[in-house]
Write a protein that binds this ligand. Structure first.
Ligand SMILES: Cc1cc2nc3c(=O)[nH]c(=O)nc-3n(C[C@H](O)[C@H](O)[C@H](O)COP(=O)(O)OP(=O)(O)OC[C@H]3O[C@@H](n4cnc5c(N)ncnc54)[C@H](O)[C@@H]3O)c2cc1C
Length: 612
C-alpha cells in the first residue's frame, strides 16, 4: 500500500499562493486547461506579497500608452526604466528579463489594479514616480480576488510542497504534506510552475515566515541552476522593543515627512553619517537606491562595532521633545490610516512605540534586516527552467531580473513573471503527454525519514544554528574571515542534517517535521550564497565587503551560477558536488560597464543617480 494518502490530477500545477502564483494560474487557466494552485499558506494571506510597505510602479511611457494615465511622468521613459534596472543591478541582471519587466509591467499591473478595484481595495496613484501605494493586506485581498478571474482554478491551502516529482528527466508533479492532517499528497501534472518566493536565512525576520526558499531548493534538487545567491537586500528593521521586532517602520520613516531630523548612531552613540553630497540624492523614480546607500554608509560604522554589538544601531530622536515624537508617530500613522488600523502600522501600536522610544533616551534599536533575495532559479524569457523540462518559475523564486540590487518593484516583477509564465507553461502543457511521476514513493520515504531516527539533531535546533551562522558570517557587511568561518560551519551543519530526528510521531501540525525539510532547503541555499559572497572579493549592489570596498568590473562582472549536476533524488549533496560556474552577462540591449569604481555608492551616484 502507498504511503501517500491522496492523489490530485491537473494539467498545470502552480506552487504558491501569492502574487506570482495567482497571476500564473489566471493566465494558464485562460488557455482552457485545468489549473491547480497549492500553497503552504492561505491564498492572498501568505508570502511576502502581504508584507509590502510601499507599493509598486511602472515607467511613465507605458503608463500613458497602456493604462491611459496621461499625467504619468513623461521623463520616465521605457528607455530610462530599462537603464535604471540594468545599471542598478550592477549589470548582472539578465537584460532580456529586465526588458520584459519594463515592456509588460503596465499590462500586468493593469490587470492587478482591476482585481483591486473589484475587491474594493484602495491603491493611491502618484504620477511623478508612476507608482501605486498600498499595503500588504490590501494587496493580498486584490490577489485573492484575482484567482476568481481565472477559469475554475482549484485551490489547495495549507499544503507544504516538499519535493518536485519527475518521470525520467521531466518534472511531472509535486509531493506535499497536508500541514493539519500530516497526510502526504501527490499532485500529478503536465507542467509545474514554481511561484513560492525567496529565501531569508537570518534570525531577524522582517519578511513573512514563508520565505524559506523551498521552491529554489526543490528546483536545484530537480536539476535547475541558481544564480546570484550572495545578493540579499537589507533595510532598517526594528530590533527592540520586542513587540515591534521585524517591523520595517524605521525604513519607512526615512521617506516620511515626519521626524526628519533623526540621527543614526552606533550603539556607543557615534553618529553614522549619510554624506549630504548632492550626488547621492535620489529622485522620485530612484528612491529605492537609498536602500543600498544606507547599507553602505551606515554599515561601515556598524561593521567596526560588529564584534561587540553585531548588526545593530540606533535611530536617535533626541533632537525632538517627547511631545514631538508622539506627534510624529501619530502623523505617520495617520498617513497610513486607509491601509492600517487607526494608530497602528501593521501590528505595531504607534503610541506605545513612541513611549518606549522616549523611555529609551529617545532612541529606537534597529538592524539591517533582509527584505528580498535577488538570487534564485535561472529562467529563460518564457520562464521555463533550462535543462528541466516541465518546470517553469515566476516571481521572487527566480534570479536574473534585478542582478546585484533590486531598485525596481518586487510586486511588478511577480506580476510580469506570472503573466508570461502562466501562458508559456500552458502552451508547454498542451504539447506534452501526461506522464506519471516515477520517484514519488522514494521521495515520500525520505520525507518521512526523520521519524525513523529515535535520536539525532532536532530540526528546530538545526535551524537556530543555521541562523546563527548566517547572522555571524553572511550578514549585510562582510569580510573574508567571517565568510570563511561561515562557509566551514554551514558545510558541516548541512552534512549533519542527514541525522535529523523528529521524536514526536504524530504528523498533525508537526513543526519539527516541517522544519526538517525547511532547514535542509535553507542550508542548501545558504551554502551557495556564502560560497558566492566568499569568492566575490569586491563589493557590488547589496554585497558589501569591508575588505574589498570597490566595484571591480574588470574581474568580477559575472554571476556565480550553481547547480548539482544531475540533480538529487533525495538527501543532501555530498561535499564538492555543488558545481559553480562564472557566467558573464550578455549585452542584449545595453553595453556592459568596463571601469572599476571605488565604492558601491560611487557607482550608484555616477551610473544611476545622475540628474536625479
Ligand atoms: C517587509 C517587506 C516589504 C516589501 N515591500 C515591497 C514594496 O513596497 N513594493 C514591492 O514591490 N515589493 C516589496 N517587497 C517585496 C515583495 O513583497 C516580493 O518581492 C513579492 O511579494 C514576491 O512575490 P511572490 O509571489 O514571488 O512570492 P511571495 O509573495 O513570497 O509568495 C510565496 C507563496 O508561496 C507559498 N509557498 C512558499 N513555499 C511553499 C511550499 N514549500 N509549498 C507550498 N507553498 C509555498 C507561500 O505560502 C506564498 O503563498 C517587500 C518585501 C518585504 C519582506
Amino acid at each position: 500500500m502507498s504511503i501517500i494518502s491522496k492523489f490530485i490530477e491537473t494539467d498545470v500545477l502552480v506552487i504558491g499562493g501569492a502574487g506570482a502564483a495567482v497571476m500564473s494560474a489566471v493566465r494558464a487557466s485562460r488557455e482552457g486547461l485545468s489549473v491547480t494552485l497549492v500553497s503552504k499558506g492561505k491564498l492572498g494571506k501568505s508570502g511576502n506579497t502581504i508584507m509590502i510597505g510601499g507599493g509598486f510602479g511602472v515607467d511613465g511611457e507605458g503608463a500613458r500608452e497602456v493604462l491611459g494615465l496621461t499625467d504619468a511622468n513623461p521623463a520616465y521613459t521605457r528607455e530610462k526604466a530599462l537603464e535604471k534596472l540594468v545599471y542598478s543591478g550592477f549589470f548582472l541582471g539578465d537584460q532580456r528579463l529586465q526588458k520584459l519587466f519594463v515592456d509588460l509591467g503596465p499590462k500586468a499591473t493593469g490587470e492587478c489594479l482591476e482585481w483591486a478595484k473589484e475587491a474594493g481595495q484602495p491603491f493611491h496613484y502618484y504620477p511623478a514616480s508612476v507608482s501605486w501605494r498600498s499595503s500588504g493586506a490590501v494587496f493580498g485581498r486584490a490577489v485573492a480576488r484575482g484567482v476568481k478571474k481565472g477559469h475554475s482554478i482549484a485551490v489547495h491551502e495549507d499544503i507544504f510542497i516538499a519535493e518536485l516529482l519527475k518521470k525520467d528527466d521531466r518534472v511531472a508533479g509535486a509531493l506535499g504534506i497536508d500541514i493539519y492532517s500530516g497526510d502526504l499528497v501527490q499532485f500529478n501534472a503536465r507542467v509545474v510552475i514554481l511561484a513560492s518566493g525567496g529565501f531569508q536565512p537570518f534570525s531577524l525576520q522582517n519578511s513573512n515566515s514563508d520565505m524559506t526558499g523551498d521552491g529554489i531548493a526543490m528546483g536545484i534538487r530537480a536539476g535547475a541552476r541558481v544564480r546570484d545567491m550572495e545578493f540579499l537586500l537589507y533595510i532598517p528593521t526594528i530590533l527592540e522593543p520586542w513587540y515591534a521586532r521585524g517591523s520595517i517602520l524605521p525604513f519607512l520613516l526615512t521617506f516620511s515627512p515626519v521626524l526628519k531630523n533623526t540621527k543614526r548612531t552606533d550603539l556607543d552613540g557615534r553618529e553614522l553619517v549619510f554624506p549630504p553630497d548632492e550626488k547621492y540624492k535620489v529622485g522620485p523614480t530612484t528612491t529605492k537606491v537609498n536602500k543600498a546607500l544606507m547599507a553602505e554608509f551606515y554599515g561601515r560604522g556598524i561593521y567596526e562595532q560588529f564584534a561587540l554589538h553585531g548588526n545593530a544601531f540606533y535611530y536617535d530622536y533626541s533632537a525632538y521633545t517627547a511631545e514631538e515624537i508622539r506627534k510624529g508617530l501619530r502623523e505617520f500613522g495617520d498617513s497610513y490610516r486607509e491601509f492600517h488600523r487607526e494608530g497602528y502600522y501593521n501590528g505595531t501600536d504607534l503610541a506605545r512605540l513612541a513611549e518606549d522610544i522616549i523611555k529609551n533616551s529617545k532612541r529606537l534599536k534597529v538592524s539591517f534586516g533582509n527584505e528580498y533575495s535577488m538570487g534564485g532559479i535561472v529562467v529563460e524569457p518564457d520562464f521555463s527552467v533550462p535543462g528541466v523540462p516541465g518546470l517553469f518559475a515566476a516571481g521572487e523564486v527566480t534570479g536574473g531580473t534585478f542582478g546585484a540590487f533590486r531598485s525596481g518593484d518586487g510586486l511588478t516583477e511577480m506580476l510580469v513573471h506570472g503573466y508570461v509564465a502562466g501562458e508559456s507553461a500552458a502552451a508547454y502543457a498542451k504539447r506534452t503527454e501526461r506522464m506519471l511521476p516515477g520517484d514519488a514513493e522514494q521521495k515520500a520515504a525520505f520525507i518521512l525519514s526523520p521519524f525513523t531516527r529515535p535520536r539525532g539533531m532536532s530540526p528546530i535546533e538545526a535551524r537556530t544554528r543555521l541562523e546563527k551562522i548566517c547572522d555571524e558570517g553572511f550578514d549585510f557587511f562582510r569580510d573574508e574571515e567571517r565568510l570563511a568561518g561561515a562557509y566551514r560551519k554551514i558545510i558541516a551543519l548541512h552534512q549533519s542534517l542527514q541525522e535529523l530526528s523528529v521524536p514526536l510521531a504524530d504528523r498533525r501540525y508537526n513543526l519539527e517535521w516541517l522544519n526538517s525539510l525547511i532547514v535542509r532547503n535553507l542550508a542548501l541555499l545558504a551554502e551557495i550564497g556564502i560560497y558566492g559572497a566568499l569568492n566575490r572579493r569586491e563589493s557590488r549592489g547589496t554585497h558589501l565587503r569591508a575588505d574589498f570596498p570597490g566595484v571591480n568590473n574588470k574581474e568580477y562582472l559575472f554571476s556565480f551560477v550553481a547547480s548539482v549536476p544531475g540533480g538529487l533524488v533525495t538527501g543532501i549533496p555530498q561535499p564538492g558536488s555543488i558545481v559553480y560556474e562564472k557566467r558573464r552577462p550578455e549585452a542584449y540591449h545595453l553595453p556592459l560597464v568596463t571601469e572599476n569604481y571605488l565604492s558601491v555608492a560611487d557607482f550608484l551616484a555616477e551610473k544611476v543617480l545622475h540628474g536625479a
